[in-house]
Design a protein. Structure first.
Length: 349
């Protein structure tokens, strides 16, 4: 654990130093959304969202890019140093395969999000590659998630889901389908939740601490180091992201972090527990999904506005109050999920 805490602190220190010049660089490149004009999944304007968030226009986006870069760079360096100094590196799966899956998820979904950020920031024409529409983005997300699910089954030999009380469900190659659903669901759930200063990044940090404890308890060094450097970089980002935010994650961070959170939960064999630890993300995406279904098939809104955090803001809750209370709820859910995960050990643990 000493090495892991050291990795976390070093990552935090590096990210803290780099974020100030990085924010200045984003301002210089004008990588900021100067106009608050958003669209829903059906390409319709969202005037309530724009009105409530008009004060956020002009804040640079792309904080997730620096976090991805720092984490991706530090992970192999730290693992090589551990090997060089003969530190015992234990792992549950083949280390190269596990690291490959983690970094592929982290980087590939980040690149997809970066394309979206460039489109939204510079308003490029739809006929260019950068003009990805929702259906095209979903196809790419499904493709990436399918590759990850395939590698999990082939390289890590993960083909079961452990459900507390019900026990082990053997799926074989069919495991790819629930893996895709988890990865796709959390990638978009995180994106939907990332609407208030410090909300998504704070909830993510709390969830990652729970999975960090689980990974350390099963002595999976590569995953534990990955989570340590990721948490450290998020801590540095959160300092600049709390209200009033000086920088946003952007889709480059939102899609990457949501997909990778799901991948971490699946690698640990904690898919059902992931739904509990990431309960805030689940509720947020469900409220948004039900709203879209109601509007599409019944022609009326189920809620005055969605997702949940926006509904609370619309009903008069201050932004900081919503964020703080969601953090508290996330802490409770994470403790409960961690207790359940450690109480009922899965066959992968």
């Amino acid at each position: 654990m000493i090495i892991l805490f050291g990795a976390l602190l070093f990552s935090w220190f590096m990210a803290s130093i780099l974020f100030i010049p990085f924010i200045r660089l984003l301002y210089h490149l004008k990588f900021q959304r100067l106009r608050q004009k958003t669209l829903d999944a059906f390409n319709n304007r969202t005037p309530i969202f724009d009105r409530l968030h008009k004060n956020k226009a002009g804040t640079p986006v792309g904080g997730g890019l620096l976090i991805i870069a720092i984490t991706t760079a530090l992970l192999p360096v730290i693992l090589l140093l551990l090997h060089y100094f003969w530190y015992p590196v234990t792992h549950v799966y083949p280390m190269r395969a596990e690291v490959k899956i983690l970094l592929f998820t982290f980087v590939s979904f980040g690149l997809l999000g970066l394309v979206d950020d460039i489109k939204k920031t510079f308003v490029l024409p739809h006929e260019t590659f950068f003009g990805l529409r929702l259906r095209h983005k979903l196809v790419l997300e499904i493709l990436l998630a399918s590759i990850i699910g395939f590698w999990m089954v082939r390289d890590l030999q993960i083909d079961i889901i452990y459900v507390p009380v019900l026990g082990v469900i053997q799926l074989g190659w069919w495991y790819i389908f629930p893996a895709v659903l988890f990865i796709l669901g959390f990638a978009n759930a995180f994106n939907i939740t990332d609407g208030l200063d410090g909300l998504a990044s704070g909830v993510l940090m709390i969830a990652l601490f729970s999975f960090w404890i689980i990974s350390a308890s099963i002595l999976d060094t590569p995953l534990s180091v990955f989570l340590a450097v990721w948490i450290g970089a998020i801590l540095a980002f959160l300092y600049f992201n709390v209200h009033p935010a000086r920088i946003f994650l952007g889709d480059v961070g939102a899609l990457s972090f949501g997909a990778t959170l799901a991948t971490v939960g699946l690698i640990l064999g904690k898919g059902p527990v992931l739904l509990l630890i990431g309960g805030v993300f689940v509720v947020e995406v469900l409220s948004s999904f039900l709203q879209l279904v109601s509007k599409r098939f019944f022609g009326k809104k189920l809620f005055s506005v969605a997702p949940l955090h926006l509904w609370l803001q619309y009903n008069g809750w201050p932004e900081t109050k919503i964020v703080m209370r969601f953090w508290v709820i996330s802490i409770i859910l994470s403790i409960f999920g961690l207790w359940l995960a450690l109480l009922t050990k899965s066959p992968l643990s």
